[in-house]
Design a protein around this ligand. Sequence first.
Ligand code: COA
Length: 180
Amino acid sequence: MLTGSKVALRARHEEDIPVLRTELYDDVVNSSRAEGGPWRPISPGSKDSRLVVDDSAEGKVPFSVVELDGGALVGTATLWGIDNHNRAAHIGLGLLPSCRGKGYGTDVVAVLCHYGFVVRGLQRLQIETLADNYAMLRSAERNGFVREGVLRSSAWVLGEFLDEVVLGLLAQDWKPLPKG
Ligand SMILES: CC(C)(COP(=O)(O)OP(=O)(O)OC[C@H]1O[C@@H](n2cnc3c(N)ncnc32)[C@H](O)[C@@H]1OP(=O)(O)O)[C@@H](O)C(=O)NCCC(=O)NCCS
């Protein structure tokens, strides 16, 4: 288990799956904005890769995010697109609606940076997010990510094309946030 100042990242448990499915992935607006593809429903018992972890998929490490205090499930976090030649990867996260705006997102990014840079020895982490996703942009920038470019009209989201921002952070520029 990896810990930050407010949250911990642990393995996906069976009992997390129905909560994530109903509170996160059944939400058409959230899924359409966060996933870069068309929303479609996930059936109970489905082996959908957003919920059920394939431990043999080496390029992707999914976590469940829990509160440090009490262990309640608050969302998901992923290191994905892991490229061990260029020593780079992408990060992604999604919090349950009731758990947003409490500083957890900033802390999840901090823990993913520790995992990527310290545990995995990566050199570069990248985030892509919609240009109007202020909470994601701020969570990334609080951890030292810098905006590297705008992908104009790159995301089709519920009837319109939106811009995406690419943010990057290099290992040598990373300063871990103070805990607490
Ligand atoms: C994006 C997300 C992970 C951010 O996590 P969070 O816990 O809500 O964010 P935090 O509470 O850590 O806030 C981070 C910063 O954003 C600001 N912020 C939070 N919500 C905001 C909002 N709706 N509008 C503007 N700023 C906002 C906070 O004030 C904070 O700024 P500060 O560092 O200057 O104090 C979370 O909101 C989420 O899961 N959203 C839905 C899924 C999603 O968009 N995932 C990312 C896909 S790329």
